[in-house]
Write a protein that binds this ligand. Sequence first.
Ligand SMILES: Nc1ncnc2c1ncn2[C@@H]1O[C@H](COP(=O)(O)OP(=O)(O)O)[C@@H](O)[C@H]1O
Ligand SMILES: [Mg+2]
Length: 155
Amino acid sequence: MIDAHTNAVLFETELLDSHRQQRTARVTLPLRSDEDVVGLRKQVRERAVAIALSLVDQTKLVTAASELARNTIKYGGGGEVHLDALSDGIRKGIGLIFVDGGPGIPDLDSALRDGFTTGGGLGLGLGGSKRLVDEFAIDSRMDEGTAVMVVKWKR
Ligand SMILES: Nc1ncnc2c1ncn2[C@@H]1O[C@H](COP(=O)(O)OP(=O)(O)O)[C@@H](O)[C@H]1O
Ligand SMILES: [Mg+2]
């Protein structure tokens, strides 16, 4: 996949096809700068309000989105995020898929552990994000990149 915004080569991953049957719309945004993170937070908040997520769930999803977007920029060298509107016929949901073309994550178990960081951070981003959402998946390959998918469903 070529990043439409920068021509960078991004990770080819099956995660991009997850929830294909439930997806009603997809919008893709670049993740390069702090401003991109601010814009993503706003988009996610608006979408969360639109499907009537509780205030707590809105904040959980925005927080996870922030953490994952910052990882995409800091460790992945930038990339993009797909914002998916989901509906399974009963519930609505929001899916976010972060994709970069960076070095990949050598050991996923370590990376998910609280306190693990290679960048002098708190090491709470990945594990914390996983706890804040209903569905969480990572695909990563050395020298190709990383993709992280999260979903929050309206209860
Ligand atoms: N997109 C990514 N590409 C490569 N490595 C990543 C990516 N996201 C996370 N990591 C690795 O996982 C570690 C843990 O991430 P995280 O839990 O967000 O903690 P922190 O950002 O504080 O380091 C990072 O330090 C980094 O080594
Ligand atoms: Mg982080």
